[in-house]
Design a protein around this ligand. Structure first.
Ligand SMILES: [Zn+2]
Ligand SMILES: [Zn+2]
Length: 69
């Protein structure tokens, strides 16, 4: 199956996937939906209380802040 996939040069984020809305979800992000669908509130929660979400807990503060930008 893998052999049929296009070999795209420069794409290192092989674990990246797509949200139902069509936006890309980073391979490092274990949420089921993209940051846009999660909303800014969720991103803020992840910063204020990383324990509130097991997925956010795996993300760095830096990447969480980037969502708020
Ligand atoms: Zn989405
Ligand atoms: Zn989260």
């Amino acid at each position: 199956m893998d052999a049929s996939l296009p070999h795209t040069r420069g794409v290192r984020d092989s674990k990246a996937r797509f949200c139902d809305c069509g936006l890309k979800i980073a391979g490092t992000d274990s949420h089921q939906v993209c940051s846009s669908c999660l909303g800014l509130e969720h991103a803020q929660e992840g910063i204020d209380d990383p324990d509130s979400c097991g997925h956010c807990a795996h993300l760095t503060i830096k990447s969480l802040h980037r969502r708020l930008a």
